[in-house]
Design a protein around this ligand. Structure first.
Ligand code: PDD
Length: 294
């Protein structure tokens, strides 16, 4: 089946979509994006993703917003047209294409808005079952990581380096030795005395939608999350660690720079958090994630 996408108001076969090389997204990475998970054919936390999209655009002084109702509708139609039970919808908005290459942004941009959908396992993946091996790399990104910018070169290089070193993913470390976040996820640790810790929201990290959802689910059960920075050393000594993102949901971390956490297997707190999150998005855990033990 041809993958369906949507570009500037028109549904189109994904491989027929065309964007000008003068698009500011291409020339200056002048654009933002969102990735919304789909599970059971339902968009997970779409409103929070659209809130964050609008915030990113405001912070970058776009001046023009895409029509939110239309974006909601397009998300839903792409889930349907692409028959996505499990996967994601990608959305990108750039400040558009103009006659030449001008650093100064136009007052009233003609936005380029592009969406596509993809089927992909989110729950039953090797990383969710067995955990992922992480390498720590210097965080060389710009100072506004709270904006979900398409300027992802540092993240792409970090993930490529992680793979070259035989690991699954990268965590990024600020010059002060504290972990900021994963290359495309938020980072969490569980201390030996059972405290669940993740870095507080600031310009240093992206305010993850999955992170936010976990605050809700854990909060409802009276489980406390401590928001504070932790160093790479503390992470290596933690009992457990995991990451959260729309693409990996809750993914256990089993080693950092070759140092195994506890026995090198996903820990019991992480397993509970996975179960809780999968349940919250409507999964029948016994069927979808039998390794969690029903
Ligand atoms: N990335 N931090 C960074 C740097 C990210 O790129 C992401 C998500 C997150 C988690 O955010 P959320 O829970 O809203 O997905 C945190 C997406 C999935 C990506 O780039 O593919």
């Amino acid at each position: 089946m041809t993958r369906q996408a949507w570009l500037n108001g028109v549904f189109i076969a994904a491989d027929e979509a065309r964007i000008s090389p003068f698009d500011r997204g291409f020339l200056f990475a002048d654009g933002v994006y969102e990735v919304t998970a789909v599970y059971g054919g339902q968009l997970i936390d779409l409103e929070r993703h659209l809130d964050r999209l609008e915030r990113s655009l405001r912070e970058l002084k776009f001046g023009t917003m895409p029509d939110r109702k239309e974006l909601e509708e397009v998300h839903r139609k792409l889930v349907e047209q692409n028959g996505i039970e499990e996967g994601y919808i990608y959305l990108q908005v750039t400040r558009g294409a103009y006659a030449g290459r001008d650093f100064v942004a136009p007052d009233k941009p003609r936005l380029t808005t592009f969406l596509f959908g993809e089927k992909r396992a989110l729950i039953d993946t090797p990383a969710a079952r067995n955990g992922s091996k992480i390498v720590a790399l210097p965080d060389i990104r710009w100072a506004r990581r709270d904006i979900k910018s398409v300027g992802l070169l540092a993240q792409a290089l970090a993930k490529t380096e992680a793979k070259a070193r035989g690991a699954d993913d990268a965590w990024l470390v600020a010059p002060d030795g504290h972990v900021t976040e994963g290359a495309s996820s938020n980072a969490w640790i569980v201390t030996k005395d059972g405290q669940i810790i993740t870095r507080a929201i600031s310009n240093m990290i992206l305010a993850g939608v999955t992170r936010h959802a976990l605050f809700d689910s854990l909060g409802q059960r009276g489980v406390k999350i401590i928001e504070r920075s932790f160093t790479l050393e503390e992470a290596k000594e933690a009992a457990e660690a995991f990451t959260t993102a729309a693409t990996g949901l809750v993914t256990p971390v089993v080693s950092i720079d070759g140092v195994a956490l506890s026995d090198g297997k996903p820990g019991p707190v992480t397993r509970r958090v996975q179960k809780l999150y999968y349940t919250a998005i409507g999964a029948d855990v016994a069927k979808a994630a039998p390794w969690l033990g029903g």
